[in-house]
Design a protein around this ligand. Structure first.
Ligand SMILES: Cc1ncc(COP(=O)(O)O)c(C=O)c1O
Length: 322
């Protein structure tokens, strides 16, 4: 993973530069856009009566900025629009304005590596009188320094440890459509606690019928016999997973998006999880047992390299002018 070393060490120097700027730039540790104003993230407030807060009646999306470029921003906004449509929400501002504001937030903050969030809520309306046409939906946006769902050293050396959750299943698509990016994390949080109780860090949730779905904030991918498998149901259509699939295609690997039985995770050659906050994260221990040889596998390594290379490709990125 030679190129990954270079990518990550350049990131470390940018983090040090940003720390130095925080003394003079109030947005360097995070910026929010609320009610048409830019505010330092830790001063941002939401109205208590917004249904997004009271009933989690919202959707959101979370694109990353890497080395001064938004990664696949249009794809994140398209998913946000699709999620809004499914929940009868409307994007409160036009797409181009959202892009312009996001770029401005990053530019003002001087963050070169960040995780942004755009949250669309139902707004301030009594739930019992709520009809989709009456509500004035709200948009809240913020960006904070880039977040790692798996520490970089763990990604590059040992890989992470996961459990297949036994005490909780993923909410069924008939109850909460998981293709709508949402913050109803009750099942995912229970999974995280179970993972901790069982001495692991990550929880993979099933659909209750013996198939894998996803985990708290990430998709699940398996490599078995040179074929890539990932669940097609019960999970978010992750942008990172889509990037992985594109990379895998470029590497000439066959990919199957289909039911993935849990037992496949115990006998596969390689297992990884993936999300915008951290990229491609190898899992080398599952339920206390080594996954295959317990080492980060060659396919995972190649995918990680290519995934980060995509972040420097103009076709997938939007440059921020600082
Ligand atoms: C439940 C869930 N699944 C999967 C993902 C990964 O999605 P993406 O790769 O688009 O960040 C996320 C991201 O936050 C998530 O919350």
């Amino acid at each position: 993973m030679a190129s990954l070393d270079a990518v990550f060490s350049a990131y470390e120097s940018r983090v040090a530069e940003l720390e130095a700027r925080a003394a003079t730039n109030p947005f360097a540790r995070g910026i929010a856009w609320v009610d048409g104003e830019f505010v330092p993230l830790h001063q941002a407030r939401v109205p208590l009566l917004d249904q997004g807060f009271l009933h989690c009646d919202l959707t959101y999306d979370a694109p990353a900025v890497w080395d001064g470029r938004f990664f696949r921003l249009d794809d994140h906004i398209s998913r946000l629009e699709a999620s809004c449509a499914k929940l009868r929400l409307r994007l409160p501002i036009p797409r181009e304005d959202m892009k312009r504001l996001l770029v401005e937030m990053i530019s003002r903050s001087e963050m070169r590596d960040a995780l942004a969030q755009m949250m669309v809520t139902r707004g301030i309306i009594d739930t019992r009188q709520m009809t989709s046409d009456k509500a004035v939906n709200n948009l809240y946006m913020f960006a904070k320094p880039y977040v790692w769902a798996m520490r970089r050293d763990v990604q590059q050396t040992t890989g992470g440890s996961a459990v297949v959750a036994r005490t909780v299943r993923r909410v069924p698509p008939g109850a909460m459509d998981p293709t709508v990016k949402n913050l109803q994390w009750g099942d995912l949080v229970r999974g995280m606690f179970e993972a901790q109780d069982r001495g692991a860090t990550y929880a993979l949730l099933t659909d209750g019928d013996g198939n894998l779905t996803e985990g708290p904030g990430f998709n699940v991918v398996l490599v078995d016999g040179g074929v890539i498998y990932t669940p097609d149901r019960g999970c978010l259509m992750g942008v990172t997973r889509d990037s992985v699939l594109r990379v895998a295609k470029g590497l000439g690997l066959e990919m199957r998006c289909e039911f993935v039985p849990v037992d496949m995770a115990y006998r596969c050659d390689e297992l990884f999880i993936c999300t915008t906050a951290g990229g491609v994260m190898p899992i080398t221990t599952l339920d206390g047992q080594a996954v295959a040889g317990g080492e980060i596998g060659p396919v995972t390594k190649s995918i990680m390299d290519e995934y980060w290379a995509m972040h420097y490709d103009d076709t997938h990125t939007l440059e921020v002018k600082y």
